[in-house]
Design a protein around this ligand. Structure first.
Ligand code: SAM
Length: 222
């Protein structure tokens, strides 16, 4: 997928021209604080939303045209938008964020790149920080259409962050862009602080040794 070409051609069907309604509602009800990264920020609507809620927000996107358009749309926030690759973040972005806001970055990636996405989150979000995501759950694609967005289930989401993260909120939002009703999941994950993470990994390994592995991957209610 050539993201920049899509922006150059104006073929950006994912862009709704406004911030995600479920993310807005979540931040209204659960104020967050600190340095915040919006990976794959596109034209920057969620960066504007974060700034509106007092967060010290940075938008990152691999497509220079998306970043140029974000700066044009939100000139007061222009300095907050940077071109870069989540999979190989610049040194100053590493471990720098208290919060990551996810909105349709992950679902735009082919399944083969999901591990890179997870690593990108690990590299940027500090231990103890929050990954606040509206995850596009999209199992049904038109025949012959491969994506983006790519098929992604709640079980895929759970598996992607099974180690090193704990779920702190999880529900199907009651507000959505038209056409996305019931197809999104708001899930907030806390990156487990390192020492607890190591203990948890050790406990999982010990459980696997005595034949109790897989308990943490039991499906959550849909
Ligand atoms: C489906 S679009 C969503 C854009 C925006 N979040 C929105 O809701 O309008 C996915 C975005 O992720 C960006 N992207 C893809 N791979 C990336 C990477 N490795 N690092 C940073 N951004 C990336 C693309 O350029 C694109 O803007």
């Amino acid at each position: 997928m050539n993201w920049d070409e899509s922006y150059q051609k104006g073929e950006v069907f994912w862009d709704k021209g406004a911030p995600s309604p479920p993310l807005r509602r979540y931040l209204e009800r659960h104020p967050a604080h600190g340095r915040t990264l919006v990976p794959g920020c596109g034209r920057g609507h969620e960066v504007a939303l974060a700034a509106e809620h007092g967060l010290d927000a940075t938008g990152l996107d691999i497509a220079p045209t998306a970043i140029a358009e974000a700066r044009e749309l939100y000139p007061k926030l222009a300095g907050r938008f940077i071109v870069g690759d989540l999979f190989n973040p610049a040194a100053e972005l590493r471990g720098a964020f208290d919060v990551v806001l996810e909105h349709t970055c992950m679902s735009g990636l082919p399944p083969a790149l999901r591990a890179d996405y997870r690593r990108g989150i690990d590299l940027t979000l500090r231990p103890g920080g929050l990954l606040i995501g509206v995850w596009f759950i999209n199992p049904d694609l038109e025949p012959g259409y491969e994506g983006p967005p790519f098929p992604f289930s709640v079980a895929d989401l759970t598996a992607l962050f099974a180690d090193g993260y704990e779920i702190v909120a999880d529900y199907v939002p009651d507000v959505a862009f038209k056409g996305r009703e019931g197809r999104e999941r708001l899930r907030v994950l806390r990156r487990v602080p390192v020492s607890i993470g190591l203990i948890s990994q050790w406990a999982k390994a010990a459980m696997a040794r005595v034949g109790l592995g897989g308990l943490d991957t039991a499906p959550l209610p849909a």
